[in-house]
Design a binder for this molecule. Structure first.
Ligand SMILES: Nc1ncnc2c1ncn2[C@@H]1O[C@H](COP(=O)(O)OP(=O)(O)O)[C@@H](O)[C@H]1O
Ligand SMILES: [Mg+2]
Length: 269
């Protein structure tokens, strides 16, 4: 990276040789095996990889929900590897918004109240006004009093996004946020993430299994068995909702062609 000194080139996430190990009785599970990664302010990054490859473990460390076993982590210019739990929680509340696959909403709580909660914990002012503004930013201004059971999956995820952004975080971490959604709702959620990234410059890290979704981000990082195996810029990120997703049949055809095309195809027999 050669532009570290311009304001937009400053890494907001800077980890070096992070490992995470779980002791399971006599067994030692090396889940992250030395991950180094820099994410610049304003970047929109997706993380892909098979189930069990360590994506959520990495996200929890990036989000200061969990500490690495070893390695360095500089978050927004602050060395957080040595902070106490209390200080970590403070950083988390101030700088990071989380969105999860399962929405994690409270069952008997209205949309507006869900979004106010982080502000209540933070002791912030103008809570209801800010909660309404965040819900408006995700297009739910007419659903303020609805309970989760009165909202579609896509709408519930938008409430969770409003809750994640209401505290003005510098980073959003989303762990498979479209994993439980049909493709139309997934596209709507992607539109919101793209808009927040473009209009408010929120650095966004997004775990997905879906290569189509990943093509809507600027950079794709692939993880396998606790290591980064690829890290590439997306040449022309798709704009959510503007291009038609290929049908499953077309996607399958593409996979077959990529897997079986050989220079001599057709010359067999
Ligand atoms: N708290 C834990 N204790 C023991 N093993 C864990 C724990 N959390 C995750 N793992 C293991 O770490 C590996 C990676 O898990 P995870 O990060 O959730 O993968 P992914 O999100 O890519 O599916 C898995 O083998 C999982 O079983
Ligand atoms: Mg996971």
């Amino acid at each position: 990276m050669n532009d570290l000194h311009s304001p937009n080139g400053v890494p907001v996430i800077d980890i070096h040789d992070i490992t995470k190990t779980y002791e399971m009785g006599k067994l030692t599970l090396n889940v992250l095996k030395g991950i180094s990664l820099q994410i610049k302010r304003g970047e929109f990054v997706s993380i892909m990889g098979p189930s069990g490859s360590g994506k959520s473990t990495l996200m929890n460390i990036l989000g200061a929900l969990d500490q690495p076993t070893s390695g360095e982590y500089n978050l927004d210019g602050e060395d957080i590897a040595k902070l106490s739990q209390v200080d970590l929680a403070r950083i988390r509340n101030r700088k990071i918004g989380f969105v999860f696959q399962s929405f994690n909403l409270l069952k008997r709580t209205s949309a507006q109240r869900q979004v106010e909660l982080p502000l209540i914990y933070a002791g912030a002012r103008d809570r209801s006004k800010r909660a309404r503004a965040a819900l408006e930013a995700v297009g739910l201004q007419d659903r303020l009093d609805h309970l989760p059971s009165e909202l579609s999956g896509g709408q519930q995820q938008r409430v969770a996004i409003a809750r994640a952004i209401v505290g003005d975080p510098s980073i959003i971490l989303a762990d498979e946020p479209t994993g439980n959604l049909d493709s139309k709702s997934g596209t709507e959620v992607m539109q919101i993430f793209q808009r927040l990234n473009q209009e408010q410059g929120i650095t966004t890290v997004f775990v997905t299994h879906d290569p189509w979704i990943a093509r809507h981000t600027q950079r794709v990082i692939m993880i396998r068995d606790g290591q980064i195996v690829a890290d590439q810029q997306v040449a022309e990120p798709l704009v959510a909702g503007e291009s038609e997703r290929p049908s499953e049949a077309e996607e399958l055809q593409g996979i077959f062609e990529a897997a079986y095309a050989t220079p001599n195809a057709g010359a067999a027999d």
